[in-house]
Design a protein around this ligand. Structure first.
Ligand SMILES: Cc1cc2nc3c(=O)[nH]c(=O)nc-3n(C[C@H](O)[C@H](O)[C@H](O)COP(=O)(O)OP(=O)(O)OC[C@H]3O[C@@H](n4cnc5c(N)ncnc54)[C@H](O)[C@@H]3O)c2cc1C
Length: 479
């Protein structure tokens, strides 16, 4: 099979050394290991994706879809001598005549979708970071600032065109291949490559287009007081309210210690003082209130195109995430103490605490999608960070990350690890990612045998996968 002759005019084969190859294969974050490609195909049509997969199958080579290049989980490193299927050209958006949905290309990034919709008076759930892809977050659930109002990204998926492991193409929705549609919404990276999808979109209105916020900084001795108040607010939070915590050394404040950056945000032009006064009373080191339109909010939190997380070649990091249903300040303290005890090479490791409203997420029946964790809407990322060149530090980072994770799990309601699949390090038991109810993994594995019997999509937290290193549910992490 001569691939070049089968590709569309807009597609190209990218060989090592070319700009096209470097675009397709360079990573924004170096996780434990990055996928290794010896060629990439910049695809422009669904047929290009089909032909590239058929070519890879014929050659006996592994393949992997590449969109925003922000995937960092360990199993990506299992990809060797692979074919990268670079999706970024496929980023068109067409809004339907009734204005209720958009048909979106499978290689689009967050910012491209946000900006396109915003300019046309629309919005939907999108990720917090401007430069990640949309499809991969959506296939694993998809968290974002608007999830309390509109549900997870995956809850807004109406139908999707998918290329399967044998190169065939199907459209999946509630009425077409409904079992596969169920699996694509929570474990989708396991099943195929999304070339386009129909997405529910929503009107932005004068009432919901401005976001008010207050970015505060606290010394970490205020951790308990801040999160006791955050928990009080969370229990009765309106859909407009959210909290974002980031515990990291802040050079402008004191590079030698971690500081708690804590943002209260509110969808509306004025942040009600009842949500900020209790925090002001705790004596923040600084408080910066302001207002922005929704597309500007990623910048407020350091997740826009100009921020370090959007520059290729950043430091290595691995996340040891935990989903929680409430804040336990004793466990948080234990976790932050471990974070603050990391050796100098891991000093810039951090904890990210995303506490957005989850009202519309919880309103979706638990069993209706493969996303298993609708009641645990607080996402804690324990981001172990070390210089990219120091690969020798990965193991030490893992041990610290897992100790922090274990401290949070010990203080959680059921004492079990629940991790958002798109934040996962890769060492987690599959139940922690895809759900502890036995029927979930049984169903996913049955579908895997049907749709991907040879495990061609096994590079991203495979449902059949083994626990790759000992994890919270089966191992030790002593220093
Ligand atoms: C800085 C940062 C911020 C983040 N913020 C959020 C957030 O706000 N909300 C959230 O939910 N997640 C967030 N994540 C996690 C994010 O969902 C995952 O890292 C995701 O895999 C990134 O997708 P990508 O397209 O950017 O990366 P890629 O590395 O290009 O893709 C990751 C994997 O997804 C699969 N994939 C990619 N494209 C396709 C496709 N078209 N069809 C099928 N499979 C495909 C492939 O298996 C690929 O290996 C964030 C991650 C980072 C690093």
């Amino acid at each position: 099979m001569k691939l070049a002759s089968l590709l569309s005019v807009g597609a190209q084969i990218c060989r090592p050394g070319s700009d096209c190859f470097s675009n397709a294969t360079s990573r924004f974050v170096a996780g434990w290991a990055a996928p290794k490609f010896d060629m990439a195909v910049e695809v422009a049509t669904q047929e290009d994706v089909q032909n590239t997969i058929r070519y890879a199958n014929e050659q006996g080579k592994p393949f992997l879809a590449v969109s925003g290049r922000h995937g960092f989980t360990k199993s990506l490193g299992e990809m060797k001598n692979g074919v990268g299927i670079y999706m970024r050209q496929m980023n068109d958006v067409t809004i339907s005549e009734d204005g209720k949905s958009a048909t979106v290309g499978g290689g689009i990034t967050s910012k491209e979708l946000i900006d396109h919709l915003w300019a046309r008076g629309k919005q939907s759930t999108t990720g917090a970071c401007e430069c990640t892809g949309i499809v991969s977050p959506m296939l694993g659930g998809g968290h974002g600032f608007l999830k309390g109002r509109y549900g997870l990204m995956t809850d807004n998926l109406i139908s999707t065109d998918v290329v399967l492991a044998d190169g065939s193409a199907v459209t999946v929705s509630e009425s077409q291949h409904p079992d596969l549609f169920w699996a694509m919404r929570g474990a989708g990276q396991n099943f195929g490559i999304v070339t386009s999808f129909e997405y529910r979109i929503h009107d932005r209105t004068p009432k919901n287009e401005l976001w008010s916020y207050d970015v505060m900084a606290f010394s970490t001795d205020k951790l308990e007081a801040v999160y006791e108040e955050a928990e009080r607010q969370r229990q009765k939070a309106p859909v407009e309210l959210g909290h974002w915590g980031f515990i990291i050394p802040v050079p402008e404040i004191d590079p030698s210690v971690h500081t708690l950056l804590f943002t209260v945000f509110y969808q509306g032009s004025k942040l009600p003082s009842k949500y900020t006064d209790p925090f002001h009373a705790l004596g923040p080191i600084m408080s910066t209130p302001n207002v922005t339109e929704f597309p500007g909010f990623s910048k407020v939190l350091g997740m826009d195109l100009s921020s370090p997380v959007c520059q290729p070649g950043g430091p290595s990091y691995a996340d040891y995430p935990v989903n929680l249903s409430s804040y336990n300040t004793t466990a948080l303290r234990e976790a932050v103490d471990i974070l603050q005890s990391t050796p100098p090479d891991l000093h810039f490791s951090s904890m990210l605490i995303e506490g957005y409203s989850g009202a519309a997420v919880r309103a979706v029946p638990e069993a209706s999608t493969a996303y298993p964790d609708r009641k645990r809407g607080i996402l804690i990322g324990n981001l172990m960070n070390w210089p990219r060149a120091r690969t020798d530090l990965a193991e030490e980072a893992r041990r610290y990350g897992m100790r922090i994770q274990e401290a949070l799990v010990r203080g959680s309601e059921d004492g079990k690890l629940h991790s958002y699949v798109n934040y996962a390090a890769g060492n987690e038991a599959r139940e922690a990612l895809y759900g502890y109810e036995p029927w979930r993994l049984e169903k996913l594995r049955g579908l895997k045998r049907r749709y991907d019997p040879y495990g061609r999509f096994n590079f991203y937290l495979p449902v059949e996968g083994e626990v790759m290193v000992e994890g919270v549910d089966g191992g030790k992490s002593e220093l």
